[in-house]
Design a protein around this ligand. Structure first.
Ligand code: GLY
Length: 388
């Protein structure tokens, strides 16, 4: 077995969460390695990239809202810094979002969301169907009303991932292209991983940032194994020919028959339509049913969509956690930290995750804003303390 000199930090997983963690750690002077067979891959290759802190607000997720908003506020500076370092455009578009209702049930649901947003001090404006269509002329005539949220923007996750790879390279992060097979634990402390190419990567601290795969690394003691599960999302990509542009000016979304559907228009003419949410284990098959439901629901919102070329269909796996919130920072195993479980918010939470993990890696503590997201909330002791 070959051994490499010990790094200060080893990040297991080179998706956007692992990469931002490595970049921020290296900026703080820590010698950092990322282990991943294909850095820049993962769920970001499928995600639409909505920065939807306000329109994806759910009852009971007020604490997560605080973290989502903190990250949304950091996005402009984060993107500016990344672009200046790498010279790469990440498709950050400050376009806003319109959430619409197609029938009386949707309208009632959206009214309730609006009330929750207002109670939470968030900026969102109720519009009539006619006002929605004035903003977005391609909307179906049947749209009954909507919420205009000018603060929910978008970024292109594929470009973001590519820029983060470059940022890591420019900041001196080593990218070790292999699968991490087993966590090494020595004297009650995480000390590195062994990879499938037979290398032992040693490090002072290990960050497990493997997305939906985070719970599968061999050697992680059961009591600190992250409780993440794969939540499948099927996503379509279409192209808006110049003669139809601008097809949509902002992200348009709705809940149709209980399922979320959203249309995210990129500046380059790509239109992303997502996403299913399926609890099917590790399956990433694109199914006729998934594509049918997305197109059917998107067509109800924006009938003209059927004219557009369909350029790609793809499925990815969100890292779902028991409370839909991420697991950030130190675990009960010395030397092992987590950055996973971001579920529907991985792209949105990328800037704040990088900052939180860099803080935790350099101080051993979580910053105040991230304390509720400690992985220890799922530990055996914490679960015993909860009322039945
Ligand atoms: N945040 C969008 C999704 O997970 O589908």
């Amino acid at each position: 077995m070959s051994r490499t000199p010990a790094a200060d930090v080893l990040v297991v997983g080179g998706g956007i969460i692992g990469l931002v963690t490595a970049w921020r750690a290296a900026q703080r002077g820590l010698v950092t390695t990322v282990v991943d067979p294909a850095p820049g891959g993962g769920a970001a290759q499928v995600a639409a990239g909505m920065l939807a802190a306000v329109t994806e607000l759910h009852h009971g997720e007020q604490t997560l809202l605080g973290l989502n908003l903190a990250s949304a506020h950091r996005y402009p500076d984060f993107v500016a810094e990344l672009t200046e370092l790498t010279g790469q455009d990440v498709g950050h578009r400050r376009c806003g979002t319109l959430a619409v209702a197609l029938d009386a049930d949707d309208r009632a649901h959206l009214r309730e969301l609006h009330a929750l947003q207002t109670r939470s001090g968030l900026d969102s404006q109720w519009l009539s169907g006619r006002e929605c269509r004035r903003l977005e002329p391609m909307l179906a005539p049947g749209v009954r009303g909507g919420l205009r949220v000018d603060g929910d923007h978008q970024v292109d996750p594929r470009r973001l991932a590519a820029a983060l790879v470059t940022a890591c390279e420019r900041t001196g992060v080593t990218l070790h292209r292999a699968w991490a097979e087993r966590l090494s634990v020595t004297g009650g402390r995480a000390t590195g991983v062994v990879t499938d190419d037979g290398t032992e990567l040693a490090a002072g601290q290990v960050v497990l940032a493997g997305g939906s795969l985070s719970g599968r690394l061999t050697g992680v003691p059961e009591q600190v194994r992250p409780p993440v599960r794969p939540v499948k999302g099927q996503v379509l990509r279409l192209a808006v020919p110049p003669r139809y542009a601008p097809f949509l000016n902002r992200t348009v979304r709705a809940v149709v028959r209980g399922s979320h559907v959203y249309l995210v228009p990129r500046e380059n003419g790509e239109l992303v339509v997502g996403a299913t949410s399926e609890e099917l284990g590790w399956d990433t098959t694109v199914t006729a049913g998934g594509v049918y439901e997305l197109l059917r629901d998107a067509h109800e919102l924006v009938p003209g969509i059927t004219e557009l070329p369909l350029t790609e269909t793809r499925a990815g796996l969100r890292p779902g956690s028991p409370d839909n919130a991420p697991l950030l920072g130190p675990t009960e195993l010395d030397g092992l930290l987590l950055a996973t479980g971001h579920h529907r918010n991985g792209v949105l939470l990328t800037p704040v995750t990088g900052d939180v993990l860099a803080h935790a890696l350099t101080t051993g503590e979580l910053p105040d804003e991230a304390r509720p997201f400690t992985p220890r909330r799922f530990g055996a002791a914490a679960l015993l303390e909860q009322p039945a």
